[in-house]
Ligand binder design. Structure first.
Ligand code: DC
Length: 237
C-alpha cells in the first residue's frame, strides 16, 4: 500500500552543492527508485561550454566568451533517456556528448561559461519548464534558490575539497585522462571560488535546504539517508 502511495504522490526535489559532491549520482539513484525524471543541469552548462570550445572561444581564435551570447540561439540542448544505461544522456544539436562534456578541458572552462548572464537566463528558462511537472529530481547549483524555489525537498551537498578532488581524480584516471592530483584539487578549489562568487545566481544554500556533508559517507549510506528524507516529505499529509 505504502509503495503505491509513494508512486502516486509526486514531489519536486532540488539537489544543490559543490562540484564533485556526488550530487548527480545520488539524484540519478533517487530518481530511479522513485520513478522520477532526473535532470542534471550541470550537463547543460557543460554542453554549452563544449559548444564554446568547439567554436574557438577557449584557447582558440575568439578570446571573449561574452561573444558566445550571439550564438546562443543556435544551441539546442536535449536529454534523451538511454534504456540500456538507465539514465538520460545529454545531446548538443542532435549529437550525444555525454562523455565529452565530462573531460577536464570542459571542466576547466565551464565556470566561466556558467557565469555569463545570458547563458544562465537561457538554461534557467529551460530548466523551469522541465521542472513544472512534479516527479522531478533536479541537481545543480541554483535549483533550490532560483530554478525550483518551491521544491518540497531541497538538499545542499558538501564535502571537503580534498575528498572531492580524490573522487574526481579517480574518475578521470579511469577515463584515461593524463592529470595529477594537484591539478584536480586546484580545479575543484577554483570552481568552488568561481561558483560561489559569481554575480548571477551564485552557489548558495537555500534557507530551507538540508545541508548534507558526505565527506565520510559511502554511497549506500548517503542514498538510504536521502531516500528517507524524501519518504518523510512524501508521507507528509
Ligand atoms: O555539476 P557539474 O560539476 O557538472 O557542473 C558544471 C559547472 O556548471 C559547475 O562549475 C557550475 C555550473 N553549474 C551552474 O552554474 N549552475 C547549475 N545549475 C549547474 C551547474
Amino acid at each position: 500500500m505504502k509503495e503505491i502511495y509513494f508512486k502516486m504522490k509526486k514531489i519536486t526535489i532540488a539537489i544543490d552543492g559543490y562540484s564533485s559532491t556526488g550530487k548527480s549520482t545520488i539524484a540519478k539513484q533517487l530518481a530511479k527508485s522513485l520513478e522520477y525524471i532526473h535532470i542534471d543541469t550541470g550537463a547543460m552548462y557543460r554542453a554549452v561550454t563544449l559548444f564554446a570550445i568547439r567554436n574557438g572561444f577557449f584557447g582558440g581564435t575568439k578570446d571573449n566568451p561574452q561573444a558566445l551570447v550571439k550564438l546562443l540561439p543556435t544551441i539546442n540542448l536535449k536529454f534523451e533517456y538511454n534504456d540500456a544505461l538507465g539514465f538520460s544522456e545529454m545531446y548538443l544539436n542532435g549529437e550525444n556528448v555525454e562523455d565529452e562534456i565530462r573531460s577536464l578541458l570542459v571542466s576547466r572552462n565551464v565556470s566561466e561559461v556558467a557565469a555569463i548572464e545570458q547563458v544562465r537566463y537561457k538554461l534557467v528558462e529551460i530548466q523551469k519548464e522541465m521542472g513544472k511537472e512534479k516527479g522531478v529530481v533536479m541537481d545543480g547549483r541554483d535549483i533550490g534558490t532560483v530554478v525550483l524555489p518551491d521544491a518540497e525537498l531541497k538538499l545542499f551537498m558538501t564535502a571537503s575539497a580534498e575528498k572531492r578532488a580524490t573522487r574526481r581524480y579517480k574518475e578521470l584516471l579511469d577515463k584515461g585522462e593524463v592529470v595529477t592530483f594537484a591539478e584536480v584539487l586546484k580545479n575543484v578549489q577554483h570552481r568552488d571560488y568561481l561558483d560561489s562568487n559569481r554575480e548571477f545566481s551564485p552557489l548558495k544554500k537555500a534557507k530551507d535546504a538540508i545541508e548534507f556533508d558526505n565527506s565520510d559517507m559511502g554511497l549506500n549510506e548517503q542514498f538510504e539517508r536521502i531516500q528517507n528524507f524524501a519518504k518523510r516529505v512524501i508521507e507528509r499529509p
